[in-house]
Design a protein around this ligand. Sequence first.
Ligand code: FAD
Length: 623
Amino acid sequence: MPELERHSFDVLVIGAGGAGLRAAIEAREHGMRTAVLCKSLFGKAHTVMAEGGIAAAMGNVNSNDNWQVHFRDTMRGGKFLNNWRMAELHAKEAPDRVWELETYGALFDRTKDGRISQRNFGGHEYPRLAHVGDRTGLELIRSLQQKVVSLQQEDFAETGDHDSRLRVFQEFTVTDLVLDGGRVAGAFGYWRESGRFVLFEAPAVVLATGGIGKSFKVTSNSWEYTGDGHALALRAGASLINMEFVQFHPTGMVWPPSVKGILVTESVRGDGGVLRNSDGKRFMFDYVPEVFKDKYADSEAEADRWYTDPDTNRRPPELLPRDEVARAINSEVKAGRGSEHGGVFLDVSTRMPAEEIIRRLPSMHHQFKELADVDITAQPMEVGPTCHYVMGGVRVEPDTGASSVPGLFAAGEVSGGMHGSNRLGGNSLSDLLVFGKRAGAGAASYVAGLGERPVCSDEAVAGAERTAVAPFAGEGGENPYTLHMELQQAMNDLVGIIRRAEEMGQAVERLDELKRRAAAVVVEGHRQFNPGWHLALDLRNMLLVSECVARAALLRTESRGGHTRDDHPGMDPEWRRKLLVCRVSGDDVEVVEEPQVPIRADLLELFERTELEKYLTAGELEA
Ligand code: FAD
């Protein structure tokens, strides 16, 4: 057997999206020898797919905006289940993180007077999303990568080695974290191409692995989002929170079948697009929930005036938070008022001149033309909900990104708490930068304070290797592709956008069965580029994380944000005070209720009492 490849660093960052790159930059700037590992090519993370923009209360387009308004919007969007400290840090620090990106070389679209332009998005009171057309994620990744390269050039000038302090390992998948006495000691994984194993020794690991969408059949997520970081954290002894909250973006493509689920950015609605049913009716006016009635227009005339006069008119209901719009579309389709292919119509063609559509929404124009042969300057788009984002993730200390496992940190979509029960559009890109930086700093200061370094024992490494090769020795003949398809179907049908106890109970049973069958998965061939083997390893993570989603969803007997129950349609203030915390014990997922941290008094004072009455219990209001 060839000798195991080994590397040693101070901080390992798993994931090269926005959160991972920002964490790595920070750790390196704190003097740590840092490695970034990513499953796909460097630059091809979820972050690069982000379209609409990055939310930050810079007040460039409406000077009434400030961090307090952004904080309020974020808490409302998450239906007050958010970790308030994270929402506070995020609202306060997002503008600096956007400015900082420009110092790295980003260039955002401008207002006429040369400031960073900001656009409207669902749930944001003022135009708040800094953007680069509808390709904002690309600019974000490009400039973070540019910063990485410039740091490597500085290191080269000093040490003669570009990789001496910050090194990227691409197309490398981590399969296990290695622990020493409960502390992080490193990570184990394989090169995608050769299948050869590598051990990274490091006392601190920052998880920045993104989401879990590939467990669902219809999703905007790409192949990498198999919940690896969520599962790595669980198996290392950390806990996950908010896993019942999965965001179904209201507007994914529905036709043709090969592109079902691909995202249609919310900017289409932010820039004036409207939703209509098969009768041509702008139906969102029928779906403004009680908690938002005072903030959204009740007539088309008022909604249309808002685009030019937002100070004296209320917002169009197409710009309600995503959970509300997704449910409304679902109801229209169910009531028989959907489009031919099971969606509704999203129209900009009657709302803006063709040149403006092409200028503002170039990717959408291209996407529909190429993939569906639809010209969005002349025809409406057919759209429907698609699994997009997971609010749940690793429970972390808000200020440092530290999990409960010493040496394990998390940032970005893999972490939980910030967005409560529902994320507002644009709040992910800002989350990545704010908490990526904080987690990088947290990991660096943890390493700086360490006495003796943990060690990766031979037994632990041998165990990780045995698990990784197990699918080659499996008996029982289960095929990973079949199991994956069955998992996706079960999650879509039984734990999807509208949930009920009986179906979630069935989901838990299905997942149990799939877990048993996955133990008998067999892959053919060798470790050299072997997608079947890769999927078999990913499946272990998807099954674990899906179980957390299903079990937590079954327990939460209310509807809130990204968790809608037919059998418990209302929001229950008692449930707002509780978090469902997932842990792994042996092979089993355990979900327990724990109290939510009460909101700090000065932050509560940012809201009117009448609004708080919609969310808080009588006891909380008295206190
Ligand atoms: P990602 O960018 O998802 O990166 C994860 C990284 O982890 C990748 O490098 C991956 O290769 C790596 N990885 C995963 N598992 C492993 C493993 N086992 N070993 C090694 N590496 C691993 N949000 C907004 O705020 N505004 C928007 O306009 C917006 N538009 C979006 C459009 C689309 C189409 C999509 C899909 C999402 C959009 N989002 C948007 C959401 C946002 O893009 C994501 O939530 C965010 O980019 C996640 O960033 P991240 O750094 O946490 O992870």
